[in-house]
Design a protein around this ligand. Sequence first.
Ligand SMILES: *Cc1c(COP(=O)(O)O)cnc(C)c1O
Length: 478
Amino acid sequence: MGRPNREGAAMNPPEAPPRLPSVDRLLGHDAAAALVERYGRSAVADAVRAVLAEIRAGRASLADPDVLLARAARRLVEENHPSLRPVFNLTGTVLHTNLGRAPLPPEAAQAVAAVMTGASNLEFDLARGERGERDDHVEGLICRLTGAEAAVVVNNNAAAVLLVLNALAMRREVVVSRGELVEIGGSFRVPDVMARAGCRLREVGTTNRTHLRDFEEAIHARTGLVMKVHASNYAIQGFTAQAAEADLHRLCTARGVPFAVDLGSGNLIDFAAFGLPAEPTVRAALVTSDLVTFSGDKLLGAVQCGIVAGRCDLVARVRKNPLKRALRVDKMTYAALEATLRLYLHPERLPERLPTLRLLTRARSDVAAQAERLLPTVAGIFGASAGVTVETCSSQIGSGALPIESLPSACLALVPPPAVRRRAEGAWLKRLAGALRALPVPVIGRIADGALRLDLRTLEDERGFLATLAALDPGFGS
Ligand SMILES: *Cc1c(COP(=O)(O)O)cnc(C)c1O
């Protein structure tokens, strides 16, 4: 019964494609009702249209409404995965900027939850029944913990630096040592921020050596500010010299010019007391400066924000600047920051209550014991598809804090099974990393020295980790 083709020869007809049901017919189908209830009619219609388009494009040939709707349902589940979600940071970098920096203490999460779904006294003075200042919720705590006279909070430390520069030195000169004209995290370059703040940069000294007399000669009537940028993500070693902050402060005071220090990672307590490398505290920096800027989500271990703390008259100028309004933070930030700062009032318990400090102070022996404990289960999950061993490694603090210091740690090292040829090992490691990123709770490790390393310093939820790992696609290696 073949239809003649162009040449007139008889051919068997191709299998006629089943007619696809219309979008409306599919939406009227029983299986669609639950989807519509859950996701809404227009989202389900969009998903159904997308599935039908895929089939028309020849990527599948299905006409059964139940099968089509099952595909639409899978699509909807994927679409409705939140984009921003938890991951396991096992990179070995504790404060990983790409992975959200500091984990908040539960006290902070509770404080955020308490204010976020309703009204709060964000800018309302409950005692007097009149308008209040949002910074009032944390200013007293910051002053108590740092010795500052006053403080303001903005969106991050980059904003804090921008605001200080603009408020104190717009159209004036800012004197900075040449060795401190650094780039922090790709998009924050000290000279660029100065330009955007409307300041003229006055570089003094050389990359490796700057002396007090360099500053003495540079300060004149058009100087708005002298600034020091703490070496946070770099270190200049060897034949180096810097003007001492105490000397700079004395010089600036004598000349009537404010002296600001951008600390970057602002720790409120001496970390050396917990066996960590020493970093200047905000309190110490304020003894020899007028104003300090620092991050809320680096060593401080709270939420993303930037804090300007110091002399009352200077902070008042910063607060009055119109940019402060543009850079201000939300009630959730104040709630998280206040709750975290309160933990600092009880420093003895801080290492157990502040996750950042808890993770940073873990001894290698503790991390190694955890690795040994997890090894049999993890090896069981991988079976023959990967080799798993416990190895020592070094964690980093991250976020530019203490760039040359590292913390002894331990990791699970995942290596290709013997069947994988040497030349294919790199590709195998990349496939494994991709499979770990595709887990229900993605696991982010680090590829180094022929292995994918999972540094366990930052692993607290062992059960959650094993549960997500159990969902690994066993075919990842091929
Ligand atoms: C990290 C850092 C910044 C930027 O801080 P953010 O909170 O990331 O905006 C600025 N200056 C220094 C010295 C830093 O270390």
